[in-house]
Ligand binder design. Structure first.
Ligand SMILES: Nc1ncnc2c1ncn2[C@@H]1O[C@H](COP(=O)(O)OP(=O)(O)O)[C@@H](O)[C@H]1O
Ligand SMILES: [Mg+2]
Length: 310
């Protein structure tokens, strides 16, 4: 399969008022069409930076992102973003909020009736058709998030980018939206990158879980392939050996390998690391698997290495 979205050796150094901060170094990820990718890593490691670069909202210091071989250098309707805090227009109804995006993307392509049908179709996908005339202040957080997803889907993007889309929701709403997201993904076959902090969510939804090392100079640490058949059922999977194995690989990475440097040194020879290397949840260690640990020791000998990316 050829690469659909190519995140090719990207680095990002923020510079402001004379301060330089190297957030990302050589992040490299090839994504196939229709793949569901989760990005997971400790807070502040650089997940949103990666997503915003793919969205075209941030530029890179080095490397590049290519969608179907075309370099991304600005936002475009081929990439829709869903943020944690559903930014709906408060003066527009549910329908009106989706309509705004649809009018922008399909102006001159769909006529009024086609646009209305398309908006209604997308509202049905997220179970918001019956609430289509409500105003944002009349609906719950979970419903607002559904509208945000409908709006993103209605743009018919090649890539759906979601930055902790369910992070602000209660557990039950979150589970419902995860299920809707899986159904939509099955129906539309869209390519998705989702940032999450929730390990179970990552395993349940993803084809691959991309785990990032701690920053500065964060990079891809390890990738876990989740080969569980779809459709996936959360209740059935709770007891599933492979599901739990994937969970453990991610937890080991986050809470052992990417914990404090001293703990990381212990994990290197401990049972978690050994399991991660040996198992066939198809976890593969990239050559940069210990990049974050090196970065953690940045005050030490590693500091001497040049880190300029531009
Ligand atoms: N505009 C910016 N200027 C300077 N530093 C930034 C900027 N945006 C993000 N950072 C820094 O880059 C790092 C990664 O941030 P971010 O991608 O938001 O992390 P995450 O989404 O993984 O929590 C953090 O240390 C953050 O402080
Ligand atoms: Mg973030």
């Amino acid at each position: 399969m050829t690469t659909f979205l190519d995140i090719s050796q990207i680095s990002k150094t923020f510079e402001s008022e004379g301060n330089r901060f190297e957030a990302l170094r050589n992040v490299d990820l090839k994504i196939n069409e229709g793949e569901f990718i989760s990005l997971i890593g400790h807070s502040g490691c650089g997940k949103s930076t990666v997503l915003n670069i793919v969205a075209g909202l941030l530029d890179v210091t080095a490397g590049g992102v290519f969608l179907q071989h075309k370099e991304i250098d600005e936002p475009g309707p081929d990439r829709a973003v869903v943020f944690q805090n559903h930014a709906l227009m408060p003066w527009l109804s549910v329908f009106g909020n989706v309509e705004l995006a649809v009018k922008t993307v399909f102006k001159g392509v769909k006529n009024r009736r086609e646009m209305r049908e398309w908006i209604e179709h997308n509202l049905r996908l997220v179970n918001m058709y019956d609430a289509r005339d409500k105003m944002p202040h009349e609906i719950s957080g979970g419903m607002k998030q559904r509208v945000g997803i409908a709006r993103a889907l209605a743009m018919q993007p090649k890539v759906l980018l979601m930055d902790e889309p369910f992070g602000a929701l209660d557990a039950l709403t979150r589970a419902q939206l995860q299920d809707s997201t899986m159904e939509i993904h099955r129906e539309l076959g869209n390519t998705v990158i989702m940032i999450t902090h929730d390990v179970d969510e990552a395993v349940l939804l993803s084809d691959r879980i991309v785990m990032m090392t701690n920053g500065p100079a964060a990079t891809v640490g390890q990738i876990v392939e989740v080969n569980l058949p779809r459709p996936r059922n959360r209740l059935a999977l709770a007891e599933d050996t492979q599901f739990n194995h994937c969970r453990h690989l991610v937890l080991d990475f986050l809470y052992a390998a990417q914990a404090e440097p001293a703990a990381a040194a212990g994990a290197e020879t401990g049972p978690c690391a050994a399991a991660a290397a040996a198992q066939t949840c198809d976890g593969q260690r990239s050559g940069t698997a210990d990049g974050g640990r090196k970065a953690d020791h940045r005050a030490g000998a590693q500091r001497g290495r040049p880190s300029r990316a531009a």
